[in-house]
Design a protein around this ligand. Structure first.
Ligand SMILES: Cc1cc2nc3c(=O)[nH]c(=O)nc-3n(C[C@H](O)[C@H](O)[C@H](O)COP(=O)(O)O)c2cc1C
Length: 338
């Protein structure tokens, strides 16, 4: 897939996920075979005010690339300045604009999907961001519209293309739908017909077969996944294997998942420290152990961990006590996914 001058390899892109797609998660996703990653959405106001927490979220290294930094905001001038700072200080492979976020905190400030109600503002924000980004490609991520009665994705696609955007990701639901019902992949097909720039389809991909089906049904240039990768970076290697060979890999075993969770916890420690890393890791642990035998006993213990060391201890005890597995027998996920 071509996004401006940028070539993105075959495979699927990891979606921007606030509170989830931070550096550790991006490193694991790229290692497992994701074709591209995005930061969490970043406030353009926070960037121009030089806020530490905002800047912390924008740092990345080459083992998370290719990578896009996603910005949100409702003031074209602020977006222009924020894009210029982003390029100068961080130099990502692209800048993505969030026009899809349904969360009240963002929408109430006229950010995210609220902008889909004002197409002139949509255009001005894209133009501002493109001007600020210079040679770095700008892309946008949208939903189908504010609500079911007002689909605007085709219009927004045409506006974006004219304003200089190089790709559009479409989460095929309206803002009003939240995450309910099924994503309407037909809207991805219609968007692909309406524009010449790359279209990245998104919504409800759960299996490697879904990737092929979305491509066939919509003609989209790329496919993006979010929720199916949470606690499951294995999905990227499963998809790549299927795309290459047409064969399905087995789902990861419990030991493989624990191995991955520990690797993840180690990266969280490196990035955020022993205590902050452990607190942030709690939600991922819940996803990793979904479906485990004894998960209901394990979950409260993992939700109370205060250090990364605690996480190792809980897993060691679980494997040893319940299953008679010694720590050194635990699968090393590095070997499997490389
Ligand atoms: C926890 C969570 C956080 C998200 N954060 C963002 C975000 O920061 N920016 C964005 O454009 N979309 C965000 N999304 C939407 C996803 O990028 C994606 O469009 C959506 O989950 C649909 O894809 P999926 O069905 O593969 O999950 C988020 C979704 C979830 C579940």
């Amino acid at each position: 897939m071509k996004i401006g001058n940028l070539i993105v390899k075959d495979g699927v892109l990891l979606a921007p996920l606030a509170g989830v797609s931070n550096r550790p998660f991006r490193v694991l996703s790229i290692k497992a075979g994701a074709a591209f990653t995005y930061t969490e959405m970043i406030s353009s106001e926070g960037i121009i005010r030089n806020q530490d927490r905002t800047k912390e979220m924008m740092h990345f290294k080459s083992d998370e690339q290719p990578l896009g930094i996603q910005l949100f905001g409702s003031d074209p001038k602020v977006m222009e300045q924020a894009a210029a700072i982003t390029v100068k200080e961080f130099n990502p492979d692209l800048i993505d604009i969030n026009f899809g976020c349904p969360v009240k905190k963002v929408v109430n400030k006229n950010g995210g999907s609220a902008i889909l109600k004002d197409l002139q503002l949509t255009e001005d924000i894209i133009k501002g961001t493109v001007a600020g980004a210079g040679d770095t490609p700008v892309t946008i991520k949208i939903r189908t519209g504010w609500d079911e009665a007002h689909p605007v994705f085709e219009q927004v696609g045409e506006i974006a293309q004219k304003a200089g955007a190089k790709a559009i990701s479409l989460h095929a639901r309206s803002r009003a739908k939240g995450f309910s019902g099924e994503a309407d992949w037909n809207s991805i097909r219609l968007l692909k017909q309406a524009v010449d720039i790359a279209v990245i389809g998104n919504g409800d991909i759960k299996t490697p077969q879904d990737v092929i089906r979305m491509k066939e049904e919509t003609g989209c240039d790329g496919v993006m996944i979010g929720r199916a990768a949470m606690g499951n970076p294995f999905i990227f290697s499963q998809i790549n294997h299927y795309l290459k060979t047409g064969e399905l890999l087995e789902n990861p075993t419990m030991r493989e998942k624990i191995g991955m969770a520990r690797l993840h916890a180690g990266l969280m420690k490196e990035q955020f420290g022993e205590e902050r890393g452990a607190k942030m890791m709690r939600r991922y642990l819940g996803w990793y152990i979904k479906g485990f035998r004894g998960a209901s006993e394990l979950r409260p213990m993992l939700f109370e961990v205060n250090t990364i060391h605690d996480i190792d201890q809980v897993f060691d005890d679980y494997l040893n006590d319940r299953l008679g597995i010694l720590p050194h027998e635990i699968f090393d996920p590095d070997k499997k996914i490389n």
